[in-house]
Design a protein around this ligand. Structure first.
Ligand code: HPA
Length: 271
């Protein structure tokens, strides 16, 4: 048995079996959203081989299964970032577990820096596409032709549309949509790097999500990405981000995100 099999067996032993409509990965400072689940069964990552070790402050490190507005939902409360391990495939096992549980959709949430003076901290943005200029890819070293993953429609149009409708219904105004550029971190960007990102067509910068999207698309999961904008990126107006600032704003932003997700699950799926 590999780590994925062992983790699945451990989850089955706690009564967690599929299928699930959606899995939600909660980013830095967004972990409290897991409290919205009803009939929740929570398993610490420490009990699941191949899952992230406790790391960055602000992360709970638990898998939580339950229902939300009648939908069966799996929440991954906390992720592993490349900057913690040096391994771009650090989320391989959790995402394989999600896929093997028969999960249809994957919602990846994160906190991100804004490249636009009018995309304010505290607001949210859907990810339409990404730029990976890191030179890293989580599929390096994997065998088989399925490593050549097409990424033309990596961010699912149907889920994005459903999220936009949910935002309107939840009264979440100014849900932006744009391109997310992955930087490895853990240092923040320089002002020159942010200028470059903007020239290349990015709207948001962040330190996560992109490797997970690549891994998830290889597994056939339909994916969407949702950013809570926690700050202006370095050099955008007064932007000079710090981890403390991003965590604090994410905590406030999680209220709007929870409202949006509740409305998203209430609308159920018709695709
Ligand atoms: N840069 C990179 N990652 C981030 C930022 C940022 O400005 N804000 C939140 N995560």
């Amino acid at each position: 048995m590999d780590d994925t099999d062992t983790a699945l067996a451990a989850l089955a032993g706690r009564g967690i079996t599929g299928p699930f409509e959606t899995a939600v990965v909660l980013g830095t400072g967004l972990g409290t959203i897991a409290e919205a689940l009803e009939g929740a069964i929570a398993v610490p990552y420490g009990d699941l081989p191949g899952f992230p070790a406790a790391g960055v402050s602000g992360h709970g490190g638990r898998l939580v299964a339950g229902t939300w507005e009648g939908s069966r939902v799996l929440v991954l409360q906390g992720r592993s970032h490349y900057y913690e391990t040096g391994n771009p495939a650090a989320m391989r096992v959790p995402l394989e577990v999600v896929a093997r549980l028969g999960t249809h959709h994957l919602l990846l949430t994160n906190s991100a820096g804004s490249l636009h003076p009018d995309w304010y901290p505290g607001s949210m943005a859907l990810i339409s596409d990404h730029i990976n200029f890191s030179g890293l890819n989580p599929l390096v070293g994997m065998a088989g032709d399925d490593r050549f993953v097409p990424l033309a429609d990596a961010y699912d149009r149907h889920i994005r549309l459903r999220l936009k409708r949910a935002a309107v219904q939840a009264g979440v105004t100014a849900l932006r949509e744009g391109v997310y550029m992955w930087f490895s971190g853990p240092s923040f960007e320089t002002a020159a790097e942010v200028k470059m990102a903007k020239l290349l067509g990015a709207d948001l910068v962040g330190m996560s999500t992109v490797p997970e999207v690549i891994l998830a698309r290889r597994l056939g999961l339909r994916v969407a990405g949702l950013s809570v904008i926690t700050n202006f990126a370095t050099g955008i107006g007064s932007g000079n981000p710090s981890h403390g600032e991003t965590k604090e704003v994410a905590l406030g932003g999680s209220i709007g995100l929870k409202r949006l997700l509740r409305s998203y699950f209430r609308a159920r799926d018709d695709a």
